[in-house]
Ligand binder design. Structure first.
Ligand SMILES: [Fe+2]
Length: 251
């Protein structure tokens, strides 16, 4: 089986379209999303409707569940007060612009998906999908977490050796195998933070072994930059996309 795993699209429609085109060329059996469909860019409704139209199943990101529930903020972590203020602007803009259908779709997303990759009647690895961790969709599961942390999360999800758990939320892709369990952070389609502006996703191939490939796809980033600048969203989000999340040096 070959899967495409896409996460943290964050309302960036050109990035999503480029990724879906690339996925189509790869010939996958199924595509799943790992949440955070909206926030930070001006196409929340279009992204939700494309995901729905393609029948792509997935889980709720913190942005999705907080927008759907009308919560006071996105549950995001802020590096400093400036980031916090920008984040609130993005959240309020998104809440105001998400239509009723998109809101209903976001509210219908489950916290977690478990896929029996070999079908239900024969043994095979399980693929578990969550947005951030199996305990909370706001906790950052970064590559530098100790093995104990990852194994605790795996135990919480009931994973066994050979199983795979995929998640996003940090916007930084990584992959590790610990005690036979595969931990896959898929990175971000629409708002990478690793200094590479290109849209990111993961191809997961299950055969005699598990193969995880982190893919980067060029897209029309200037289209998104222009649309952010024309919207009431903060211009800083445009600079962020161009630099792949690295702070732009100020003169
Ligand atoms: Fe995100």
């Amino acid at each position: 089986m070959k899967y495409a795993l896409i996460s943290d699209i964050h309302a960036n429609l050109p990035a999503l379209e480029a990724v879906l085109d690339d996925v189509a060329r790869q010939g996958v059996d199924a595509t799943y999303h790992l949440g955070d469909l909206v926030g930070y860019a001006p196409w929340p409704n279009e992204v939700v409707s494309l995901i729905g139209a393609r029948g792509i199943q997935g889980v709720a990101g913190n942005y999705d569940s907080t927008v759907a529930a009308g919560y006071k903020h996105c549950g995001c972590r802020y590096e400093d007060p400036v980031q916090e203020a920008l984040s609130h602007e993005s959240f309020n803009w998104t809440v105001q612009h998400v239509g009723a259908d998109a809101k209903r779709f976001l509210g219908s997303l489950p916290f977690r998906l478990d896929i029996a990759t070999a079908g239900g009647h024969q043994p095979g690895p399980r693929l578990t999908l969550v947005h951030a961790t199996p305990t909370l969709n706001t906790l950052y599961w970064t590559e530098d977490r100790p093995a104990d942390f990852s194994l605790k999360m795996a135990a919480h999800a009931g994973l066994r050796p050979g199983d795979i758990i995929a998640f996003g939320h940090t916007h930084l892709p990584w992959y590790k195998e610990i005690d036979g369990i595969h931990f896959v952070n898929t990175g971000s389609v629409g708002r990478p933070k690793d200094g590479d502006w290109r849209a990111g996703y993961v191809l997961l191939e299950l055969g005699t072994s598990v193969a995880v490939r982190s893919i980067r796809v060029e897209y029309d980033v200037e289209a998104t930059v222009g649309a952010i600048r024309q919207s009431e969203l903060p211009d800083a989000f445009a600079d962020f996309l161009r630099s792949g999340g690295r702070p732009v040096p100020r003169a």
